[in-house]
Design a protein. Structure first.
Length: 361
């Protein structure tokens, strides 16, 4: 993964043995029975959130509330909320192959649950696995912090005058996130040759065909079919859909931006030789933020994004085991005098906006 033609980005070697001890301790503390129960719970959550999602769509189609526009708004909101929670709790784990040893089964779960939200599973997986997880919070190597023209997420990005107000206008942009992703962002990524560390991307033409067909299917089931079978005007359907997008966007954004973009997290930069200041495990602790990491309700809702250090250190383990291994991570970080970032969710959101204000000015 190259920044230039001659310089590779490398992590510092772990000379103090933190990684080896952490991996060994986690392995010794997890029995096969516990892992099986964690995977079983993963399946339970998949069926729960699938049921939540499809029942919400079914209720929309059968329309038991007559001509009540208020209930239509509520119904769409439930579809958006259940879809985001399904992505958090199932699609993300399936992307990391945690449901089964059978790759095809993980891929089926991932593509089905993710694409149902109108977003491209194929393109997101490339960015997530081949960029974000390799070099989290490293400019030029993490697609999630690639230079943004409207918000200065990284202290290493160029500052524009209007960005001094970014902590004020960002909530409005955040509310439009899914609309932009579904109807523009996927097509932009498909056309980009270079994105962060992903260089000379050359997607086959069938990617475009697939993307267009998936978008058409999404628009059909979420907008066109409801308009054709329900006694509501197109404007009412569209307003309901837009409200759904705003709610889903805010749930999605505040669950994720708090995991990496806060005052406490870092944006490490490589030296002239391309070496980052930390070894891989310490790097993940420096750039990640946890919130309520051992709380079972938070884990049930956020699918392990609240235990983000555990996820970046052990991405192939099911998120349902993170409450078990997070205390081990905390203990070892304390022993080696390493940073471990943790706040409440509200504290992390507050820290995020302080971060935006600081780097905007």
């Amino acid at each position: 993964l190259q920044m230039t033609k001659s310089t590779q980005i490398l992590f510092k070697k772990d000379n103090d043995g933190f990684t080896k001890e952490l991996n060994s301790t986690v392995k010794s503390n997890l029995s096969k029975g516990e892992l099986k129960r964690a995977v079983f719970l993963l399946w339970i959550k998949l069926f729960f959130y699938l049921l939540f999602f499809f029942v919400s769509i079914y209720v929309l189609y059968i329309n038991p509330y007559g001509d009540s526009f208020l209930y239509l708004l509520l119904n769409y909101t439930l579809i958006g909320t259940s879809g985001v929670l399904l992505a958090f709790n199932s699609a993300h784990d399936a992307c990391h192959q945690t449901f089964s040893k059978k790759k095809w089964l993980n891929d089926f779960i991932f593509f089905f649950t993710f694409n149902m939200q109108g977003t491209s599973a194929r393109l997101w997986r490339i960015r997530h696995l081949a960029s974000h997880h390799l070099f989290s919070n490293v400019d030029g190597c993490d697609a999630d912090v690639d230079d943004n023209p409207l918000i200065r997420f990284s202290p290493n990005h160029k500052k524009k005058k209007f960005m001094k107000y970014q902590h004020l206008y960002s909530p409005f942009l955040y509310s439009l996130y899914f609309i932009v992703w579904i109807f523009a962002k996927d097509f932009v990524y498909l056309s980009k040759k270079n994105l962060a560390n992903l260089k000379n991307q050359n997607y086959p033409f069938w990617y475009t065909i697939e993307l267009v067909l998936l978008k058409l299917f999404y628009v059909a089931y979420i907008i066109i079919i409801p308009y054709l079978i329900l006694e509501f005007s197109f404007s009412q359907i569209l307003v309901s859909y837009l409200l759904m997008m705003v709610v889903a966007s805010n749930i999605f954004i505040y669950t994720l931006v708090t995991t990496h973009f806060t005052e406490e997290t870092e944006f490490p930069t490589p030296n002239n030789n391309g070496e980052l200041p930390y070894h891989f495990a310490e790097h993940q602790l420096k750039v990640s933020m946890d919130y309520h990491p051992t709380n079972l309700i938070a884990s049930f809702l956020f699918g392990g994004f609240n235990s983000h250090a555990a996820h970046h250190l052990f991405p192939t383990l099911p998120h349902t085991i993170y409450p078990k291994i997070t205390p081990i991570i905390v203990e070892k970080a304390k022993k080696y005098n390493y940073t471990y970032n943790v706040l409440s969710l509200l504290g992390a959101i507050k820290s995020h906006f302080k971060y935006l204000k600081k780097h905007g000015k």
